[in-house]
Design a protein around this ligand. Structure first.
Ligand code: SF4
Ligand code: SF4
Length: 458
């Protein structure tokens, strides 16, 4: 009877987890689709796949800082590999069996895998402790900037605590299991002890069988329910990058970093002005007033929004940003966090209003990202270069700055003069194109004079 109740509870837990994760995944996918769909995903598929394997799977850029890179890789690999062990737990939970794979896998292999997972779990635990120390005791500056106050700071810690608890439960579960095997309890097949949990066995060795079963079952339930809760929590957390890093690196911008995209409408206008053929024959003939740049999330591209949901909040971009380093208000990490927060807000608005966005009087520009932040950017691309998963904060900044310049005419006076010069003189300087070579005239005159003098002297 107790066994059936446990199985029913397990089915309910897995069903609830599946429902919550699916609901949230649909919400995020719909929010990413809020962005414009008119970007071209360039570069061939094989290059994109290689990029994804290198950056998301191989975490290549994380190894720019080798020690942290190794620890991060341990946590990541542990997360992936321990899921194989979770598969057994799920099947056990559904069928009411215990260590079901031990019946189908040769005992030596089963023992090796059990030990291997425990070694990975130990590496995860140690790495999580070190990450907690870096964040909370050593207080690495990039983890304590303004945008990291409150929830982002707590989020990073919660996930580390959760991983330590999950791994501790795994060791406790396996250690008590090992003692129960020696007592001949028939529910626990004789798989022996594993590499790490064997050192915990003495802690439980003197306990009664009832107490051991209670501890083993509690650890088992906390471990698996913790994993289910983790799966739901991750979709609300910066740790969503565990999954989104893959599509994010696959669809990442492949063009050279310094290459800026032109606005078709402006390009066509210039071409018309210069009497050149335009790509789009409808250019300039549409009744709709074109809008320039991005004021809100809907004006960005879907890739920009996916970038925002993929951001790990690691702050590597901000720590390399010359504007931030020199004390300006700009932080590319905050830009990404703001885009995500605004996308969430719009998504909730749409859900609350039967699928249609009702104007809330707010926008990404102004309410989340200020003009001061946008204007501080030097367009150097150091942020994009530093990002371990190819996020492009500059693309968002440029689009928003285009809005400020072209829709609001809100750029500084010095910039306006440059724009005016480009428009009138096709150069940023205040001289007509016809005067462009005047600077050389004097030199030429001097040269002629010099030659004449030399000829006379001769
Ligand atoms: S491109 Fe802008 S945001 Fe990025 S690092 Fe350079 S100045 Fe900072
Ligand atoms: S944009 Fe990239 S580098 Fe910057 S915080 Fe996000 S993940 Fe880290």
């Amino acid at each position: 009877m107790i066994q059936i109740v446990q199985q029913l509870l397990f089915v309910a837990a897995i069903g609830l987890t599946g429902y919550l994760v699916t609901k949230r995944a649909r919400f995020i996918y719909r929010n990413i689709q809020l962005g414009k769909k008119d970007i071209e995903v360039q570069g061939d598929k094989n290059k994109r796949l290689a990029n994804m394997f290198r950056l998301a799977f191989g975490q290549q850029k994380m190894f720019d800082r080798p020690v942290v890179g190794i620890m991060h890789f341990a946590v990541y690999a542990g997360f992936l590999l321990i899921n194989i062990e979770v598969l057994e737990i799920v099947i056990d939970g559904l069928t009411g069996q215990h260590r079901i794979f031990s019946n189908v896998i040769p005992s030596g292999v089963y023992h090796f895998l059990g030990s291997f997972f425990e070694v990975m779990a130990l590496l995860v635990t140690v790495s999580c402790f070190i990450f907690l120390i870096r964040r909370n005791a050593l207080r690495i500056p990039r983890f304590h900037m303004d945008e990291m106050k409150g929830w982002p700071y707590r989020d990073a810690n919660y996930i580390l605590y959760a991983e330590i608890i999950l791994m501790t439960m795994l060791f406790s579960m396996n250690a008590t299991d090992a003692v129960l095997q020696t007592l001949g309890n028939e529910h626990y097949p004789p798989v022996g002890t594993f590499a790490v949990s064997q050192f915990f066995v003495p802690i439980f060795a003197g306990l009664s069988e009832t107490a051991l079963v209670a501890i083993e079952r509690t650890a088992w339930w906390v471990h698996i329910l913790g994993i289910f809760a983790f799966a739901v929590y991750v979709t609300y957390s910066k740790h969503l990058h565990i999954f989104l890093a893959f599509p994010n690196t696959f669809f990442a911008k492949m063009e050279p970093k310094g290459q800026m995209s032109n606005m078709d409408s402006v390009t066509n206008e210039v071409k018309i002005m210069l009497g050149m053929p335009v790509d789009n024959t409808d250019a300039g003939e549409s009744d709709e007033m074109p809008t320039f740049g991005a004021k809100d999330v809907q004006d960005l591209s879907w890739r920009n929004v996916m970038n925002a949901y993929s951001c790990t909040e690691c702050g590597r971009c901000t720590s390399q940003c010359p504007a931030n380093i020199t004390g300006k208000k700009l932080s590319p990490r905050k830009v990404m966090m703001d885009v995500r927060d605004r996308a969430e807000e719009i998504g909730k608005n749409i859900d609350a209003n039967g699928g249609t966005f009702q104007d809330d009087g707010k926008s990404l520009y102004g309410d989340f990202i200020s003009k001061e932040e946008l204007m501080a950017c030097t367009s150097c691309n150091a942020c994009a270069e530093a990002c371990p998963i190819n996020i492009d904060p500059l693309g968002i900044i440029l689009d928003m700055r285009r809005y400020v310049a072209m829709e609001e005419s809100g750029t500084p006076q010095e910039w306006n003069m440059v724009f005016q010069n480009i428009e009138n003189n096709q150069a940023p300087w205040a001289f007509a194109a016809s005067d462009r070579f005047k600077w050389g005239e004097e030199l030429r005159t001097q040269e002629i004079k010099k030659t004449k003098t030399e000829e006379q002297d001769a």
